[in-house]
Ligand binder design. Structure first.
Ligand SMILES: NC(=O)c1ccc[n+]([C@@H]2O[C@H](COP(=O)([O-])OP(=O)(O)OC[C@H]3O[C@@H](n4cnc5c(N)ncnc54)[C@H](O)[C@@H]3O)[C@@H](O)[C@H]2O)c1
Length: 255
């Protein structure tokens, strides 16, 4: 029996590394999918790969309330319900000390990573409540559990969604809506390439070696390893798990 049979899921950031791996894992486990991203070409590519019978796309900016409402309506109109929200879209911002961090970049990181997640919860929770419950997984980060020099906006935004998750979990529990965060360490995607280059311009490979050495497992994780955790939290197997912060980080947060 597929683990997500008869489930309808929205995945934001679905054109990116982790979102794409989550969409692939969910499709394999029988979910009907609505993929959301601001990258329209990337979305079209994912839908072509996963098959248009059980997968649709909605190009949207998650920091825009109208876009998020349209994306949620796309899923509900097409499949008649919403069971799962993977609120995963995010941006890394710049790699600079607090004292040099441009205010407009700080605001944009907060707009996408915090306001964007808030907007997706705000739209998805009523839709889930109408059908008697659901599961929401927010992609935070190890930077949502501890600080990293140079990543103030990103780290602040990823801490903030922990608070959002905890409030939404309390509010959702009476309605059968579970809400959890996942906290990956560095994962092999475009985002880490950008952070490596930002931390050491022209020496990204050396930066990567340094970052990997700070992970007790000795390597970055893969998008598929993150997707496996998201799949567990999205599925009914995790029926009593809500309000939790789940690490997938090669023991990085243990030390
Ligand atoms: N890669 C890592 O090491 C890592 C570690 C911890 C957490 N994360 C988090 O995982 C999530 C996915 O990151 P990724 O590594 O797959 O990066 P990625 O850059 O490959 O994917 C992010 C996706 O989000 C989309 N996106 C960005 N802003 C958007 C917006 N305003 N509206 C709609 N879509 C938007 C991008 O187009 C992209 O497809 C992010 O929230 C990120 O912060 C990543």
């Amino acid at each position: 029996m597929p683990r997500l049979s008869r489930k309808v899921a929205i995945v934001t950031g679905a054109a990116g590394g982790i979102g794409s791996a989550i969409a692939t894992a969910f499709a394999r486990e029988g979910a009907a999918l609505c993929l959301v991203d601001r990258d329209e070409a990337g979305l079209a590519d994912r839908v072509a790969r996963l098959g248009a019978e059980r997968c649709c796309a909605c190009a949207a900016d998650i920091s825009d309330p109208e876009d998020v409402a349209r994306a949620t309506a796309t899923a509900v109109d097409r499949y008649g319900r919403l069971d799962i929200l993977i609120s995963n879209a995010g941006i890394e911002g710049r790699v600079l000390p607090v004292t040099e961090y441009p205010i407009e970049d700080f605001d944009r990181v907060m707009a996408v990573n915090v306001r964007g997640v808030f907007l997706t919860l705000r739209e998805a929770m009523p839709a889930m409540q109408r059908r008697g419950g659901g599961s929401i997984v927010i992609t935070s980060s190890i930077a949502g559990l501890r600080g990293f020099a140079g990543l103030s906006a990103y780290s602040a935004s990823k801490h903030a969604v922990l608070g959002l998750m905890r409030c939404a979990a309390l509010e959702g529990a009476p309605h059968g809506i579970r809400v959890n965060t996942i906290h990956p360490s560095p994962i092999e995607t475009r985002m880490m390439r950008a952070i490596e280059e930002g931390a050491a311009p022209g020496a990204a490979d050396a930066a990567k070696t340094g970052f990997a050495a700070r992970i007790p497992a000795g390597r970055y994780g893969t998008p598929e390893e993150v997707a496996a955790l998201a799949l567990f939290l999205a599925s009914d197997e995790s029926g009593f798990c809500s309000g939790g912060a789940y690490s997938v980080d090669g023991a990085m947060s243990a030390g």
